[in-house]
Design a protein around this ligand. Structure first.
Ligand SMILES: [Zn+2]
Length: 117
């Protein structure tokens, strides 16, 4: 797996857009005693691990991939290798919360709604 992919994943995870947020931190089920670190650093990016989800529009298909932030920890610490289509989608993904990103999410069929009022 390319370092370039991991860097792109970390950048997206540093400020992920998500339509729904779940409270509380999910520990890593593979780190038996510690549940894994709550923060992960790579180059100049730091992310919190275990609470956020990442929404990444697929390159071609009408699909939005959803991955827990723990995916970065699984890759870094537990030899997890995501499928190539997901890696491509991450490398293609526009900056989180940018107009281009939200447009792609909407094109894939995920409804982006703002609360009224
Ligand atoms: Zn772990």
């Amino acid at each position: 797996m390319a370092k370039e992919f991991f860097g792109a994943l970390m950048r997206l995870l540093s400020n992920p857009w998500q339509p729904v947020a779940f409270a509380g931190r999910q520990p890593c089920p593979y780190c038996r005693f510690t549940g894994g670190a709550a923060e992960l650093r790579f180059e100049d990016v730091a992310i919190s691990v275990g609470a956020n989800n990442l929404f990444v529009p697929a390159r071609d298909e009408a699909v939005v991939y959803v991955a827990p932030s723990l995916i970065a920890h699984y890759i870094d610490a537990h030899d997890y290798c995501p499928p190539p289509v997901f890696q491509e989608a991450v490398l293609d993904c526009p900056e989180m919360r940018s107009f281009a990103y939200l447009k792609k999410i909407k094109e894939k069929g995920l409804v982006v709604a703002r609360p009224a009022g």
